[in-house]
Ligand binder design. Sequence first.
Ligand code: MG
Length: 97
Amino acid sequence: MDAWIRRYGVRYFSELTNLALLTEEVGELARVMARRYGDQSFKAGEADNLDEELADVLWVLLCIANQTGVDLTQAFDRTLEKKTRRDSTRHLNNPKL
Ligand SMILES: [Mg+2]
């Protein structure tokens, strides 16, 4: 992905621009989710493209991680450890689940 940015994108958009784009993409994801699982219906010409919108969110998120020097693999591993430590019985004991 980093190679793609450097070859076709020239450079990363600024961090703040990418934050705005992430917000935009999350909004597009929310629109699809609202239509697919919520009470709204797709308008004529709209696509049920959940996979594409999830990938769009991931793309921008990876851009932000790359340009800010965050190793997302390591960070994700730490998050998984944290959630396991904190929530190892929480959900198992939730009668709503
Ligand atoms: Mg999108």
